[in-house]
Each structure stands twice: as C-alpha cells, then as structure tokens.
Unconditional design. Structure first.
Length: 318
C-alpha cells in the first residue's frame, strides 16, 4: 500500500500546478490583503484535514498520538529561518517540487541545498553547535488520548473559519476555496492511506528526502521505498504532467542572483527544519491538524519569518 503515496503526490502536484497554488504566495496574500484570504486558505486546509482525522478517530482507524516533547526555542528560531528561506525561494519545499516539475532549475537548487543541509544537520555537524536551543523541552501532549478534547478544538477552529469566511465573503470567491478544499481532502486522506500502510502520519517531506538521499547514495541498498518517498516523487511528476498538457511551464531565469538566492534559501529552510523538526507541510499543515502546540507555534513563526524577509526587502529597496 506504500505505492498509494505516488497517487497522493501526483494528485497534490496536479492541484498545485493547475490552480497555481503556492504556499508562500498564500502567506504573502494573507499579510497584504485586507481579507487575509491567503491565510484563510491555509486554515481551510487544516480544518478539512482535521475533520477527516476526527472521522478516522471516531471510526477507530486512528488513535490520538502522544506528540513528542519539543523545544520552544528551537521551534521558534527554526521556523523563523524557514520563513526567511521561503521568501528567498519563492515557496516552501512542496512549492519547490512543483517548480522542478515546471522545469525551474532554481527550485531544483533550493531542493538540493535543503536536502544536503538537512543531511549535515542530522550528522551532527550543525545540530551539535545549535544544541543549546534544544536543551529546554516541554510536553506537547494536550489530549492524553481524549477524543472529546480533540473534537472541541476542531469545533472552535471550524467556527472561527466559518466566521472568517462570512466576514470576507465579498473578497474571497468560491473559486479561491477550491484548491484549499482539495488539498485538505488529500491531506486528510493521507492519514488513511498511511494507516492502511501500517504507519501513522500525513504528508511528509523532510524524512522522505533524507531517505531518497540514502537510497541514491547507497544505490538502493538497505532502504525500501516508503509511502513518503513515493509521495515526494509524485508531486513533481503530477506538476510536470499538468504543465505539459496545459503548456504552463514557468521558468525563472537562472541568473547569479537567483542561483545564490536559491542555495541560501535551501540552507535556511534546511537548518530551520532541523531545528523545528519539520517543514511548513509537516508542522504547519499536518501537526496543526492534530492540534499540536509545536505545529501551531511553528506555523505562526514561519509566517513571522516570511513577513520579516518581506519587510527587509522593501526597506532595502527604499
């Protein structure tokens, strides 16, 4: 059943490409438009995904996990760095996969820099020097197995989302919600697909990339293809197929500035992921749907990091 990861990756890549949905752009729109529709799109994804998780919990397919302890300082600093890298790369890691499907070498450079940075981080080259940020660990287990508490959090978030939709209905048309709804359905369905593959989780990026690195380096020896590995490969293939059919290839010129920006972006997002234990996808979409404190903290400071980079860029231009 791990091959279902390829199907989910293909569908996600196709949706992102076909609807021109870029997570970094959503954050930018959320910060610059009065309706905050970009941030609303992220919340819609989380609510839909969380509703599917709740249904799987009630059906007994999933059990509420005890989230591991986390270090607030490492999560905050790592998420800020990830947000800065997102701004430089014109997207998060998932967006970079889509860029590769578009034939954009800048996205490929960001992905390679991200993966290699994460490899060196996990080898201890970076983690040992940044270990002080992980010294203070706190519990992230809010529910202690109680599904009623999970449903209460979901209900509160759903009410907030509906109220936001009603308030912003004139600025946010129904078409703007199609892609978030589809992504939310895929993200929630990923939990079911992983459960059928005898593992727990949803969308995953960092771990599968590290597995691909080990797989390629070792010529496939000792590493079996996982759900996440199929998933990450499928994103690029899905984006490529849609771009090919619709002739939507969008390549940024590979200038020196873009080359340096892509590499620096990948490094920043790699260090940020190592510190915060996740990307925008895992922390900002998956763990938020599980109502993990770390996930929500990471999402907030990824947005802060992105807005800080945007503010600095405007200051420099002036």
């Amino acid at each position: 059943m791990v091959q279902t990861g390829l199907i989910f990756g293909l569908l996600l890549g196709a949706v992102l490409q076909d609807w021109h949905f870029n997570f970094a752009r959503q954050i930018h729109n959320g910060l610059t438009k009065q309706s905050g529709n970009g941030l609303l799109s992220l919340i819609v994804i989380i609510v839909v995904e969380s509703a599917i998780v709740a249904a799987l919990l009630l059906a007994g397919v999933l059990t509420i996990p005890a989230n591991p302890d986390y270090a607030p300082a490492a999560t905050i600093v790592g998420s800020l760095l990830f947000g800065l890298g997102m701004w430089l790369a014109h997207g998060c890691i998932v967006d970079n996969f889509v860029q590769v499907g578009n034939g954009d070498l800048n996205g490929l450079l960001a992905l390679l820099a991200f993966t290699l940075t994460l490899v060196y981080y996990n080898w201890g080259v970076l983690s040992d020097r940044l270990g002080a940020l992980n010294s203070e660990q706190v519990s992230d287990d809010l529910f202690h197995g109680r599904i009623t508490d999970f449903l209460l959090c979901l209900g509160i978030l759903a009410v907030i989302t509906v109220a936001w939709l009603v308030w912003a209905r004139k600025q946010v048309g129904w078409r703007a919600l199609v892609a978030p709804l589809l992504i939310g359905l895929l993200a929630g369905g990923a939990f079911l697909a992983n459960a059928l593959a005898h593992s727990f989780g949803g969308f995953a990026i960092a771990g599968p990339l590290l597995s691909w690195y080990g797989f390629i380096k070792g010529h496939g020896a000792g590493i079996a293809l996982s759900w996440g590995m199929y998933f990450t490969a499928g994103i690029t293939i899905g984006a490529f197929l849609v771009a090919l059919v619709k002739r939507q290839f969008q390549r940024r010129p590979l200038t020196i500035i873009n080359l340096i920006s892509s590499i620096v972006a990948g490094v920043l997002m790699g260090v940020g992921t190592g510190l915060s234990k996740g990307t925008l996808t895992s922390n900002g979409l998956v763990y938020t749907a599980l109502f993990s404190v770390q996930g929500w903290l990471a999402l907030v400071f990824i947005i802060v990091g992105y807005s800080l980079a945007d503010w600095l860029a405007h200051r420099i231009k002036k």
